[in-house]
Write a protein of this length. Sequence first.
Length: 261
Amino acid sequence: MNMALDWSLLLPAFIAGLLVLATHVPLGIRVLSRGIVFIDLAIAQIAGLGVIAAGSLGFEPQGWGVQVSAITAALLGAALFSWTEKYWPEVQEATIGILFVLAASSSVLLLAGDPHGGDHMQDLLAGQILWVNPAQLWPVGLLTILLVTILLWRRERLGGLAFYGLFACAVTASVQLVGVYLVFASLILPAMATRKFTSVRRTPAALLLGALSYACGLAMASWLDLPPGPLIVWLLALLGLVLYALSPNTRKAPIKSGVAA
């Protein structure tokens, strides 16, 4: 057990978590209300497939070739989901699941001949948040500011291809920082835990829950020498459950029409 905290590792990792939460909390609330919960997993896996494909072609892990491949794959997936929502809305969730499993299977096939394929897959899923360096945070920070500005500006008017495209950009940046598991957990668990909050208080409460989970998870991972990604996922779930159980039901119930008997 390592009782010392290495702030040179923990601070960039915590900032990375805050950047992920800044876009994923408001997006998660929208995704939950639209009933397309697993779209995050699907687009994250598709973006990851783009990363793996670029690596198979010999591009540098942090190079522009990988970034272009990842965002192109994610935007193609987003465009397909936008199309199916318009023309096949009754099977939208099934389409999301199909694309997820196809992308995951393709990743396994591409890594089959790589002696380090298992490590690459684990990095994609569980992430390497502790190894985030400040140089990675600047471009993601600028992208986060842009995406949050669009979310605040457009609010409820953001839909269709614009919503899916913005979603794809946010997920592509996040999955390379924290991995698929944390991307999905950051999107859904804070949104689930704050369902009883009013719209004004919901986003701040969800952001606070996420920040506390990341901070505690990173500190515990350093102390206990455990993988931080899965630990933060569990803390998001457990602290979210506590918050949901203790929070008052402040959302107004819908008014039912009709005359009482």
